[in-house]
Design a binder for this molecule. Sequence first.
Ligand code: AMP
Length: 229
Amino acid sequence: MTSGVRLLVLGKQGAGKGTQAVRIARHYGVPHISTGDMFRAAAAARTQFGLKAKEFMKRGELVPDDIVIGVVAERLAKDDAVDDGFVLDGFPRTRMQAEELQRLLGPGGLDAAVDIDVPTDVVLRRLSGRRVCRTCGATYHVEKPPKVDWLCDRDGGDVVQREDDKPEAIGRRLELYEQETGPLLDFYEGLGLLVIVDGVGELDDVFNRILDAVETVRQFRLSAPRGQR
Ligand code: AMP
């Protein structure tokens, strides 16, 4: 069993962040913490907070920083994340969130920030064709639909287009990525934590590239004298 890691995954919407983050988390035996999943679950449960988040999500807007930071801080304080580590997916998305995360974790609190790099025309194609199971979140594509009549292969749930994968919301989400999230690459590069991985290609190939990159960073950190970690 490989020991835990503390990672975050960056990348444009449709870069394969979610899929890869789940696999990395499983590989290292750490929780996968996706702010998008947490908001969607809260919206489905119709909690007050979930309904508020849903309004922003539907339009492709970002949920306000104070709400997001509160939710993540609470999740990171749970035993599994404290003891084993985590893979953060979809957080941080703004400079303020990134700074707050540094404050929460303290120096040396993160092993790496992995950017899954995919050109905009490729993510546009992926997002506009993406369909998801309403029940379990499994993803499909119009070119690779479920076997039977838009019912999920796993649990038979309805497979639909996410509200925020509709054209207007996609445009807004990518614009926000450029403005708010793109600059985080410089932020993490400045901290010596940025790892860029080519996200074009088969899922397994991208996953192996990520693992190689993360292992290289981990070996380096483990071999560095304590004060430099
Ligand atoms: P995702 O599944 O990561 O694409 O997230 C779906 C939506 O949830 C985003 O378009 C935002 O509206 C909201 N969201 C998720 N994570 C964050 C975050 N870190 N900051 C602000 N909004 C977020």
